[in-house]
Each structure stands twice: as C-alpha cells, then as structure tokens.
Design a binder for this molecule. Structure first.
Ligand code: ATP
Ligand code: MG
Length: 474
C-alpha cells in the first residue's frame, strides 16, 4: 500500500484492487435498498459501485448512514430501471431511488476533465463550477473528480472488489485527509470542499495533509460565493452529528468560523463566549451519542446568543434616552431582525427554524420572571424546554441566573414527562400503520383511552407535519 501511495504521489493516480477476501466490506452490511439498486443496475447490464461515505465508514468499522451509488448508466437510463426514482438536478443531475424514507443516491460517472464546453461545463470568472454535467466514461475519470482520496474508494457489486485510484486505502489507514488533484484548483471549483475537509478531519479525527491544508486560509473567503442554502446544510452537518465541538475548534483554527458566522470574531476574546459555545456543543455531541436528535434552531440560538444579547443591550441603552420608549418586545424584535439579517446571507435559515430561535431567545427574558400569575403561560409556551435548556447552560456562566433555574426546573420536568408520554403514544400509534382497520381501532382505543380516535388521528397528523417542517425526522 505504501508503494501504491508513492506511485500516486508521482503520477497523480495508481490503481489498486483488493479482492473480496482482502477487505472487510461485505454485502451483509448494506441496506436492503442499496443492494436492490446495485443489483437492479447490474442486471440491466450497467456497472454499479458503492462509493463515498458508506465505504469509508465500513472500512473504519462504523455502520454506514447512507449509500451512494456510482454507475455508467445515464440518469435517464437509471430512471428507466427503477420506477420509484426521480431525477433531481442540483449542481448536476443525479437520480434518487426512493424507498419510503430511505433514498439511494445514484450518480453517473462524471468526467474529471476541465475542458470548458459551452452549455455543458460552465465556470464563472473565479473558476467556480456553476453547471457541471459532463459524463465521464470510466470509473477512473469518476474517481478523479471526487473530493478526497478516502471518499473515492469503490466497491464493485459484480465481483466484490474494492478499487482505489488515489491511495485512499493508505490514507484511511494512516488517518489522512488528502484532496485529489491540485488543491487550489479543486477549492476554486467548489469552495465547499474546504468545509468538507475540515468536517471529515473533525468527524474522523484525521489530519489534513499539508498540501490539502495549505491554500485553505487564502481561499476561505470564496465560501461567501456559495449559495446560502447549501451553506446552511453544510453548517448543520458540521455541528449536529456528533463532532460539533471538534468542528468548532478546527474551524476557529482555520479562521473559518467567523466566515460562517459573520461578526462573531468580536467575541473571541470573551472567554465566557468560548466556554459557553464549547459546553453547548459538547452536550449536543453527547446527545448524538445517545441517539438523540440535535436541532439546528438550538445550534443557532447558542452560537448567536451573544450577538443577540449585545443588540438588545444597545437598544435598551438608546431606549433610555427616548421620549417614546420601546417595549421590551419591540426591542427583542428589532435585535432579532438585525442578527438574522447578518446571518442569512451566509446560511439561509428556514423560517420555521428562525421562528424557533426567536421563541427560545424571547424565553430567556421571561425566565427571570417568577411571578406566579405568569408561570403557567410561560411553561406552556412553544419551545419552553428548548429555551430552558439554553437558560440552564447560561446559568453555568452567570451565577445570578441559578435561582431561576431552581424555580423553573419542576416545570421543565413536568413538561418533559408529558412530552415523553406523547412520544410513546405516537410511537405505538405509528406501529398500528401496518395493522388492519379493525385492529388499528382497538389499539388506538387502548393507547388513547376512549377518546374519539379520529380526533387523535388529526392531532397526530398535525404533529407529523410539524415534525416534518422542523426537520425532526431524518
Ligand atoms: P457523509 O455522507 O458521511 O457526510 P460522504 O462522503 O458520503 O459523507 P456525501 O455528501 O454523501 O458525503 O457525498 C458522497 C460522495 O460524493 C463523497 O464521498 C465524494 O466522493 C463525492 N462528493 C461529495 N461532495 C463533493 C464535492 N463537493 N466535490 C467532489 N466530490 C464530492
Ligand atoms: Mg454520503
């Protein structure tokens, strides 16, 4: 393998093939759906490979979370093989084969060649690929346009071989993130690769190779040209899937955190800011390890809290000198709008998420109120628990808040118990989906008591819609 890596370094690529008895990737660890897609393509006479994160995960002993398939069939041909598929065109056309909640992403071999043909491969002035639909003819070409060597290892469904052109197996063994091709050119084509390099380093605990790291600082500004919708997704991947704390540290190291969150470097000297963010990210990572979901609204509410608070204080100061003074509500409104206006050009925060951030921030100002007349209303507010979670983290750093934590804790516990109960009922209800009508009625009656089942159905439908809007389901 070291020899192969040396060849890669000299020639840019060198093929290495592992037979089925030389590697641990086994069909047994593929999802049924992934296998269906691979076999379907093979039977239709096409080549089909697994590639990317799933192979990387299986080789490092993790269970893969999604399966990416690469084929020589064009998107239209793939579409014809699977009725349950649709072509989607983002940066390039890919096919989603849909099995209920699980989606298998199928991409056609793409060419790594950088020849610019009008209407086919379009770069803007800065060299960033805007449209990119050149299909390559071979696996080798496909490998060349992938981002990192560890993401370009292929599993061939026909003969169970692993194929590696860029020393990915070596890098995986040695814990190295190495970009394929000329680093500067690859980052200019797609600046998101900068973020991806840091993300994989954080996630896998790998080192970024020197040549891969070298141009990052100089080119990081190009991240501002990436669509804010795509950046929103990338930021979620950085922080919500179990390696948030490590992502934060690496991003700060490369001075990219302040690009993702404009204006945030103002708080870098504030040790409380750093401890607060680190503590919250660490708890999120722990939640993830316990199979609990992490929410984008919580993430943004934490990271931007200091900025929001500052806007509020400034407005309060101005307010004191005004004759027509603003209410606290108005102040929070204006501060919220300002913070969002600064953040949105970088990451497009969906409305449902920003509304949740607003609710949790508003709660920060309500939770210092112990007036008995207000407690029920406050504890009943949407996201009371989320808001309290943030409040409790703040209290670690602002001792004055602890009395209020003690005051609200019982309300929080009560609300959690209710939520658990609801979740349990919902889960039971979900299980009735496969039952016949009559059995369903019996179960619903048992779970929900004698209440009208239809009303329960409506409530659950609403709950499901809400969950979908909040991206609570994978
Ligand atoms: P994970 O799914 O764990 O986040 P992944 O490597 O599977 O990691 P995906 O975004 O699912 O990431 O992409 C699948 C594969 O597509 C990658 O492994 C890589 O080979 C290729 N790829 C994805 N994004 C890029 C990119 N910006 N530039 C080049 N290749 C990419
Ligand atoms: Mg993937």
């Amino acid at each position: 393998m070291s020899k192969n890596k040396a060849l890669v370094k000299r020639h840019g690529a060198a093929k290495i093939v592992l037979e089925r008895n030389q590697h641990p990737v086994s069909r047994k660890s593929f999802s049924r759906q992934a296998l269906t897609v691979l076999e379907g393509l093979r039977k239709a006479g096409y080549q089909a490979y697994l590639v990317g994160g799933c192979i990387r995960d299986m080789l490092t002993g993790k269970s893969p979370k999604d399966f990416d398939v690469s084929t020589n069939a064009t998107p239209e041909q793939v579409r014809r093989v699977f009725q349950n598929s649709r072509i989607i065109g983002r940066r390039f056309k890919i096919v989603h084969v849909v099995f209920g909640r699980e989606i298998i992403e199928v991409t056609t071999f793409r060419s790594g060649s950088e020849i610019s043909r009008p209407g086919i491969r379009v770069s803007d002035n800065a060299g960033m690929l805007v449209r990119d639909n050149v299909y390559g003819k071979s696996l080798e070409e496909d490998a060349e346009r992938r981002d990192f060597t560890i993401n370009a290892i292929y599993y061939n469904i026909k003969n169970y071989q692993l194929i590696d052109f860029h020393g990915g197996l070596y890098d995986l063994q040695h814990g190295i993130i190495d970009i394929i091709g000329d680093p500067e050119k690859r980052y200019l084509e797609d600046p998101v690769r900068i973020i991806r390099a840091l993300r994989f380093a954080a996630k896998l605990g790998f080192k970024i190779s020197r040549r891969t790291a070298a141009p990052i600082k100089a080119l990081a500004e190009n991240l501002r040209q990436v669509s804010n919708a795509r950046m929103y997704e990338e930021v979620n991947k950085l922080f919500l899937s179990g390696h948030g704390l490590q992502s934060y540290r690496i991003l700060r190291n490369y001075r990219i955190f302040e690009i993702l969150f404009p204006g945030i470097d103002e708080y870098y000297d504030n040790s409380v800011f750093n401890s607060f963010v680190e503590f919250a990210l660490k708890s999120s990572d722990e939640r993830y390890a316990e199979n609990k979901r992490n929410m984008p609204h919580f993430l943004y509410a934490i990271i931007l809290w200091f900025a929001f608070q500052k806007e509020v204080f400034e407005l309060q100061q101005i307010n004191e000198s005004l004759v027509d003074s603003m209410s606290l509500r108005d102040i929070l409104e204006v501060a919220f709008a300002k913070v969002m206006a600064r953040q949105n050009p970088m990451t497009a925060i969906p409305l449902s998420i920003s509304e949740s951030i607003r609710s949790m921030w508003t709660l920060q100002f309500m939770l210092t109120d112990k007036n008995q007349e207000h407690t029920a209303a406050i504890a009943g507010r949407t996201l009371f628990r989320g808001g309290f979670d943030i409040f409790r983290i703040r209290a670690r750093f602002e001792p004055y808040l602890r009395q209020f934590v003690d005051f609200w804790q019982p309300f929080y516990d009560e609300s959690s118990a209710q939520a658990r109960d609801r979740a349990q009922k919902q889960e039971l209800f979900e299980q009735t989906r496969t039952l016949g009508k009559r059995d369903k009625k019996v179960v619903i009656k048992e779970v929900f008591g004698d209440d009208d089942a239809r009303e329960k159905n409506d409530r659950l439908a609403k709950a499901r819609a809400w969950r979908a809007a909040m991206h609570l389901d994978p």
